[in-house]
Structure formats: structure tokens, C-alpha cells
Ligand binder design. Sequence first.
Ligand code: MFK
Length: 229
Amino acid sequence: MLRRALPRALGAVPCPRRRCHRPCPPRDLAVPNAAWSDRMRRHYGHLLSTATREGWTRLPSFRRAREHRHQVPWLAGDSDSDGAGDTRLFPRAIEGDGDGFEFAMFLNVPKGRLRCLCQPGPFLEGHPGLAHGGAIATLVDTSLGTLALAVAGRVVTANLSIDYLAPVPLRSVLLLEASLQRRQGRKLFLGCDLRDPDGDTLHARATGEGHGDRGTLGTRGHAAHQGHR
Ligand SMILES: CCCCCCCCCC(=O)SCCNC(=O)CCNC(=O)[C@H](O)C(C)(C)COP(=O)(O)OP(=O)(O)OC[C@H]1O[C@@H](n2cnc3c(N)ncnc32)[C@H](O)[C@@H]1OP(=O)(O)O
């Protein structure tokens, strides 16, 4: 009992597979794995190689929201409220490499932009062979949410609107390009396109609205984002 209680009391993360209760360092999931297609690897390599020169930062990505706290300390919610600690960040809930959402994000705060390279896996099926609309919405919400958090601090999604323009085949490669469009008080208005990075297909276009806490939005956001008002 002590073996289980002690790591939790110290804030250690139990092994996600529950095979042991030794602390596990969080694994960065936004890096190539065996399930990434050659196309996914090629685009990732290109984004990574040009990132620093063009002012983009690759964001690490972990299984649980709280594992992002050092990087995103203004995540809403209470990290103690998840009881036994067995939580998953929704787009990272499917554990098999390649089965769910494979994605890597690149952020450019001064420009108010985020890129998300993604490969939807077979467990995200809607119509046979095609990605579920809810899975696409998850990618959109996660991308717009991450951008909003980065530029403005503590923000939640108030509104999301998606035009689904062309079906997304499972295991395809997609590039989501998001940008902050404007700000109005505590509200952030964001938009994104989801495209085939090698072709002309625009799969989806979305807009989202994020709302900040009273008193939060405007301090961090003002400093980071004067150019986007
Ligand atoms: C590294 C890890 C990255 C993880 C990224 C994850 C990103 C995930 C992001 C999410 O999915 S967050 C989860 C989904 N969202 C929520 O759970 C939000 C739940 N809703 C709320 O908390 C509140 O309803 C909300 C903060 C959105 C609004 O509450 P307020 O108390 O600020 O609203 P209020 O009634 O005072 O209205 C303020 C203004 O907002 C407007 N408003 C309220 N709700 C709205 C709405 N839903 N859509 C658009 N506008 C809205 C309202 O009309 C009004 O406009 P005006 O100022 O012009 O009068």
C-alpha cells in the first residue's frame, strides 16, 4: 500500500500501463515513431529543419494534461481533482503508436500562428476508411486551444465552427495552419485551415472563439500579441 501511496503523495506519475508504481518520466509523443508514414516524416523533418530560422518552436506533447504544466502553467482546472491520477489528454488517449492521433505542433507566438502536422489513425474512423468529424474537431480544438493558451494565458474554448469540405482518409497526412485573427477584451478569435500539405485539397476550415478569465487575458496576451489587435 505504501508502495502505491508514496509516489502519489510525492506527485510522481504512476506507470500508465499500471504494471508498476515507480515514477515514470513523461514521454514526448510528438516525435517520429514506427507508425509515422514516410510523408509524415518528410514534412516533420522539413518543419523541424526550418523552425528555428523562421521563429517556430516545436512543442513537446505528453499523455496527460498535467504533464504540460511546466510549459503551460495556466491550464484551467485543478490538477489535484483527478483522484487516482489516471487521466489522459483526449487526443493522446489512444495508446498504440499510429492508432489514434499522431501529431506534432509548431508554435510562433510573435506571429500568433501554430502549425499542426497530423496523421489520423485507424481508430478515428467515421465512414469506412475516413476520419470521424469529431476527430477532426478534436484536432482543431486542440490546435486553436494550444495557440490561445500560448498567446493569452488562461483561456477556454467558447465556440467552434467547422466547415468540413473534403473527407479525410485515415492514415493520410494533414497540415493544420492556425492563426489568431483578432482580440476583443477577454475574447480571442482564431481560425485554421486543414490541408493536404502535398496537394490542393482543403479538407476543413474552422473558426474558434476563446474566452479568458477576467483579469488574465490582456496581461500576458497584450505583451505577446500587440501586433494582432
Ligand atoms: C498543452 C495542452 C494543450 C491542451 C489544449 C486543450 C485545448 C482544449 C480547449 C477546450 O476544449 S476547453 C473545454 C471546452 N470549453 C469549456 O468547457 C468552456 C465552458 N464555458 C465557459 O466556461 C463559459 O461559458 C465561458 C467562459 C465560455 C463564458 O462564460 P462567461 O462568464 O465569460 O460568459 P458571460 O455570460 O459573462 O458572457 C461574456 C460574453 O461572452 C459571450 N459568450 C458567452 N458564452 C459564449 C459562447 N459559448 N460563444 C460565444 N460567445 C459567448 C456573451 O455573449 C458575452 O458577450 P458580450 O461581452 O459581447 O456581451
